[in-house]
Design a protein around this ligand. Structure first.
Ligand SMILES: [Zn+2]
Length: 304
C-alpha cells in the first residue's frame, strides 16, 4: 500500500488534514489535527508528526498545502492564517517536505480530472483563491502563487474593503464574506422572507444559508447570486485575457450554487470577452471536494 505513496498536509485556520495519498492521487487514509489554542511551532510540529506516525507513514515524502505565501528556497510559509507556522522551516522539519500554496495544491489535484492543458481554478470560499495549472504544474509569479488574482479591482465605487485590505476588489464584492454581509443587510430590510427567518434564528446570515435560500428559489437571495455572477463574469473576462485558459473550474463553498450559477457567470463573461477566448474556454464545477488540497499536496511531493 505504501509503495510510491506520500503524505499530504492541508493546513487550515483551525485544523489540518493529514492524508496518505497514493501515486495515482487516491486518498488511502486520513487524520484531522485540531490545533490547540495558542500552540507554538514545536507543539504544532509534534501534532503533525504524531498524525503521520498514526498513519504508519513515517519516512514518506510530505507535501504541505500552505494557507499563504510560500518561500520555496527557504522551505517556509508566510502571511498565513496560522501565524505560529509563518517563517519557520516547516518543510525541513517534516523530513522530505515540499511546500506549496493551498489553492495551488487543490488545483494540482483537480487538474488530473480534466483533459485540458491550461486550467484556471477559482476557489470561492470566504475569500477568492485563483490558481493556474499548465501541464499539471502551478504557474507561480511570486510567493508561490499566481499573484493575488482574487483581488482584481472591479468596483469603481470602492464601497467595500476585503479582509486583506484593498477596496473594490473581486473578493470585496463576490466571495463568501461578501455574500454573508450582503445577505445580512438584505435580511435587515425585510426584502427576503427566507433571509429574515435566518437572521432571526442566528442573528446573522451566513454565506451557506444565503446559498441554501437561493437554491430554494428565494428571490432576494437569487438577486444577490446574480449580482455575484455579474462580478465574477467580469473577472473571468479579465482572467481569460491575461492567461488564455482552456478551462476554468469553480470550487469552494459557493460552488454549491451549482451549474445554473456557472451558466450565469459564463453568460456575463462571454458578453465581455474577446470572442475567440470565449469560444475556446470551458467553465465547469470542480470534481473534487474538501480533500483536494490534501491530495494535491501529496501528488506534489511525488512529482519528479
Ligand atoms: Zn482585496
Amino acid at each position: 500500500m505504501m509503495q510510491g505513496a506520500a503524505i499530504g498536509l492541508d493546513i487550515g485556520g483551525g485544523s489540518t488534514k493529514v492524508g496518505l495519498i497514493s501515486s495515482t492521487g487516491d486518498l488511502l487514509a486520513s487524520r484531522r489535527v485540531v490545533l490547540a489554542e495558542g500552540a507554538d511551532f514545536p507543539a504544532i510540529l509534534a501534532q503533525y508528526r504524531a498524525a503521520i506516525a498514526d498513519l504508519g507513514a513515517d519516512g514518506l515524502p510530505v507535501g504541505i498545502a500552505y494557507p499563504g505565501h510560500v518561500d520555496r528556497v527557504r522551505g517556509l510559509g508566510l502571511n498565513s492564517n496560522v501565524p505560529a507556522l509563518d517563517d519557520h522551516p516547516l518543510a525541513a522539519a517534516l523530513g522530505r517536505g515540499v511546500l506549496l500554496n493551498d489553492a495551488d495544491a487543490a488545483a494540482v489535484a483537480e487538474a488530473r480530472h480534466h483533459p485540458e492543458t491550461r486550467m484556471l481554478m477559482v476557489t470561492l470560499g470566504t475569500g477568492v483563491g485563483v490558481s493556474m495549472i499548465i501541464d499539471g504544474r502551478p504557474l507561480e509569479t511570486a510567493g508561490g502563487t499566481l499573484g493575488d488574482s482574487g483581488h482584481l479591482n472591479l468596483d469603481p465605487s470602492g464601497r467595500h474593503r476585503c479582509r486583506q485590505g484593498c477596496t473594490g476588489c473581486l473578493e470585496s464584492v463576490a466571495s463568501g464574506e461578501a455574500l454573508a454581509r450582503d445577505a445580512t443587510a438584505m435580511a435587515g430590510t425585510g426584502e427576503s422572507p427566507a433571509l429574515v427567518v435566518e437572521l432571526q434564528a442566528s442573528g446573522t446570515v451566513s454565506a451557506a444559508a444565503a446559498c441554501r435560500a437561493a437554491l430554494a428559489g428565494d428571490p432576494g437571495a437569487l438577486s444577490l447570486v446574480a449580482q455575484m455572477a455579474d462580478w465574477l463574469g467580469m473577472a473571468v473576462a479579465s482572467w481569460r485575457a491575461s492567461f488564455h485558459p482552456d478551462l476554468i473550474v469553480f470550487g469552494g463553498g459557493l460552488s454549491a450554487l451549482g451549474q445554473p450559477f456557472i451558466d450565469q457567470i459564463r453568460g456575463r463573461a462571454d458578453a465581455r470577452s474577446l470572442p475567440f477566448l470565449a469560444a475556446h474556454c470551458r467553465l465547469t464545477l470542480a470534481r473534487l471536494g474538501n480533500d483536494a488540497g490534501m491530495i494535491g499536496a501529496g501528488l506534489a511531493a511525488l512529482a519528479p
